[in-house]
Design a protein around this ligand. Structure first.
Ligand SMILES: NC(=O)c1ccc[n+]([C@@H]2O[C@H](COP(=O)([O-])OP(=O)(O)OC[C@H]3O[C@@H](n4cnc5c(N)ncnc54)[C@H](O)[C@@H]3O)[C@@H](O)[C@H]2O)c1
Length: 351
């Protein structure tokens, strides 16, 4: 039975308005009963005579999912195979049905590549329905970040090197102009000059100390300052820290000092901004093999120790960190603020 058009009818009884409703369509072609359902996040199914013929989950939205399934139905009825290229490239954003952060908009700073903790966060925020703006360090980083920004459907993608005067302000100005508000910021950057990071704390130069604290701590305070006027209805600020702030971790050195200052900043910012409904969190992931981590000597030993000692007997992934962070941006977490949340399989509670 070939046809070049399927006359789909919708199920009037189902809600079809905006929101997370799945919409169903039915058609009869000859003796074949066709049924599709499509969800707003781009997932859909095609059934013919009760048997599932296709399932897609990488479409941009409900309309695109519907168009793809319609084409597949026509091909199937014509006796043509559903070619592998009829199935879309799987999305990098996990399919999550509960769009718990729909309507929220946030800035994510610190994506360098697909291993970045910031990328894990961006994926989770997007999967839960939030809209994100992202930044890249410089032209060299742009080619790695741009494809990820496209996956995120980020409408704002801007350069941000916190050492370049005016770039941070420009990012917040653009957000103010285009969005007029901001619901969350993820600060996931850190830097220390090699000789400062690799040396003893007792030997650190003034310049090494200032550069480390400037990029790794002060920039978070500055982002909070710039975000405050855009968070008129409240919001959530996140920064990434590490256990080396609390305990002397071999090779973490001056970065431990910076992270201690960062965690302390989180407490002061939480106290100052709390009355405005702005919550502030430090997220403390267990060790993850990222580019920043590659600057820490003997990092593999740190990974082995974490895997062996953590109660969960497992290393964390950037997705684990992302989902935990996204949860804290939800209104359900409205009375949680000022703390350091460990996403480390419980490592920090073990002697
Ligand atoms: N990887 C780990 O084991 C681990 C564990 C706990 C906490 N963290 C923290 O997580 C955060 C993210 O690091 P990551 O591990 O994802 O590594 P990463 O290399 O993927 O990310 C670090 C980011 O910092 C950015 N950055 C550095 N200097 C900058 C500057 N001058 N201006 C703007 N951006 C700059 C880089 O461009 C990069 O995007 C850091 O704060 C890090 O200390 C990492």
């Amino acid at each position: 039975m070939t046809t070049d058009k399927v006359d789909w009818k919708t199920n009037e009884k189902l809600a079809v308005g905006k929101g997370a409703t799945t919409q169903e369509f039915f058609a009869t072609v000859g003796l074949n009963k066709l049924q599709t359902d499509v969800a707003p996040w781009g997932e859909g199914h095609l059934k013919i005579n009760g048997r599932e013929i296709a399932h897609i989950d990488g479409a941009k939205d409900r309309r695109q999912a519907f168009r793809d399934l319609d084409k597949m139905a026509i091909r199937y009825l014509a006796g043509l195979a559903l070619k592998p290229d009829d199935k879309r490239k799987p999305s990098m954003i996990p399919p999550v049905k509960a769009k718990l952060l729909e309507g929220k908009r946030g800035l994510i700073v610190g994506i360098a590549n697909e291993s970045s903790i910031a990328w894990g966060c961006a994926k989770a925020f997007r999967a839960f329905g939030a809209e994100v703006a992202v930044t890249y360090l410089n032209d060299k980083a742009k080619k790695y970040v741009e494809p990820l920004a496209r996956e995120l459907e980020a409408s704002i993608v801007m350069p941000l090197d916190v050492n370049e005067p005016g770039q941070m302000e420009a990012v917040f100005q653009r957000i103010s102009k285009e969005w007029g508000k901001l619901d969350f910021v993820v600060h996931s950057i850190a830097f220390s000059p090699k000789d400062a990071l690799h040396g003893r704390v007792v030997d650190v130069s003034r310049d090494g100390f200032l550069k480390t604290l400037d990029v790794s701590c002060w920039t978070f305070i500055r982002m909070a300052h710039l975000a405050e006027p855009l968070m008129r209805k409240g919001g959530t600020l996140f920064t990434m820290t590490y256990y080396g702030s609390q305990m002397v971790v071999k090779n973490y050195n001056i970065m431990g000092v910076a992270k201690a200052a960062l965690e302390c900043s989180v407490r002061y910012l939480a106290a100052e901004l709390g009355p405005k409904g702005i919550r502030v969190h430090a997220i403390s992931p267990g060790p993850l093999a990222t580019r920043a981590a590659s600057g820490i000597p003997e990092f593999d030993a740190l990974l082995d120790k974490a895997r062996a000692k953590a109660p969960a007997r497992s290393l964390v992934s950037i997705d684990d960190v992302g989902v935990a962070t996204a949860f804290l941006a939800h209104d359900a977490a409205r009375l949680i603020t000022g703390a350091t949340l460990y996403v480390d399989g419980g490592y920090h509670i073990i002697d």
